[in-house]
Design a protein around this ligand. Structure first.
Ligand code: KG4
Ligand code: ZN
Length: 337
């Protein structure tokens, strides 16, 4: 018998609901919150309110697009953490009441598991083979994870300060772009020269990352240039975006290459919002030829936050009888280690 999972994701600033039939995606509705753009970052209280407004229509739309009846649902999966507490509470409370009303089991899902296991949603290409390395890069995470099995994973490298997405967003903010700046930098970088300017990259031990120095070096460089020419940013926008993007990608890839060489793992996946970056994807394709990697790149819809990735973990837990309790509460910090 088929398993139907309704999944809810509300950990940060996207309200999303998805329906899966086993590992096949039937619908994935995402409501982005535009309200944060003018503040240069996510405002937690505004995010919670927007989730509260969006959750019911988003779930309705997901059920309608999947074209199934509520009575067919086998279980309800929800993001338990990590994320913003107020945002998580909206999804968790909604999931509990909906599951209780329908008398179906609840499944709690870790957001990071979702990003990594999104590669197991049915698609034309084969999923990653275990063990694989996953570079998980988003607004909140920058990690290299060794994935031994679906629920056996180990973080082998992490950022010690900013996440890669934050580095993109902070550089974009310095350039005067709205939040989230990552996709804007990506777009402008396409017309720029990545070697026009060189920014200092951190030299951190093992497979760890640091991006705060890069942001400071970008800021000081621009402050000096703007003193000489107040139109410097406007006149060099594309080259600046291409150069800062290159600095972020180079430092991400350096550690990924090291991890792949040291651990002798050639199966490489990327996940999280920054994995949508076209420069990062291009570089990964290049490296896959050089190092004989088999690479796995999520579609745009599955790279940034979405409930489909929560649904696939829900399905994988459902078939293992791993259910959650009605008393479960959200957590705000990562639990994988
Ligand atoms: O995974 P995600 O949607 O949310 C978190 O879990 O954080 O990632 C959002 C992050 C933001 O920092 C955003 O600027 C970045 O992903 N991002 C990008 C691109 N698309 C999204 N960064 C660079 N290039 C992109 N195309
Ligand atoms: Zn995420």
């Amino acid at each position: 018998m088929s398993v139907y999972i309704l999944a809810i994701e509300s950990s940060c600033d996207d309200t999303s609901a998805a329906v899966l039939k086993d590992n096949v995606l039937l619908s994935n509705i995402i409501a982005n919150q535009k309200v944060h753009a003018q503040y240069g970052g996510v405002v937690p209280e505004l995010a919670s309110r927007a989730h509260q407004q969006n959750i019911v229509p988003v779930v309705h739309a997901a059920m309608e697009q999947a074209n199934i009846d509520k009575k067919q649902l086998s279980a309800l999966a929800f993001t338990r953490g990590p994320g913003l507490l107020g945002s998580l509470l909206v999804g968790v409370s909604f999931a509990k009441s909906y599951a209780y009303a329908l008398n179906i089991p609840l499944i709690d899902v870790d957001h990071l598991h979702g990003h990594i296991l999104s590669h197991f949603i049915e698609k034309e290409t084969l999923p990653p083979k275990f063990p694989f390395l996953c570079l998980c890069v988003s607004g909140g995470h920058t990690q290299i994870i060794k994935v031994n099995d679906y629920f056996d994973m180990q973080i082998i490298g992490s950022t010690i300060d900013d996440a890669a997405g934050e580095a993109f967003d902070k550089a974009a903010k310095i350039l005067g772009f709205s939040y989230p700046g990552g996709p804007i930098v990506d777009k402008l970088a396409k017309e720029g020269n990545p070697n026009a300017f060189v920014f200092s990259q951190a030299n951190i031990a093992d497979y760890n990352y640091s991006f705060s120095g890069l942001k400071t070096s970008f800021l000081y460089f621009l402050q000096a240039k703007l003193k000489e020419n107040k139109h410097f940013i406007e006149e060099n926008k594309n080259d600046l975006c291409a150069s800062i993007q290159k600095a972020i990608i180079d430092s991400l890839m350096k550690k990924l290459i090291k991890a792949s060489n040291d651990l002798k793992i050639n199966e490489i996946a990327i996940a999280g919002g920054v994995s949508a970056n076209s420069g990062l994807q291009r570089e990964l394709v290049c490296l896959s030829q050089k190092y004989n990697w088999t690479i796995h790149i999520p579609t745009l819809q599955l790279s940034t936050d979405n409930a489909a990735m929560i649904g696939i973990v829900g399905y994988l837990k459902y078939i293992r009888n791993q259910f959650s309790d009605i008393l479960s509460v959200p957590y705000t910090r990562a639990i994988i280690n």
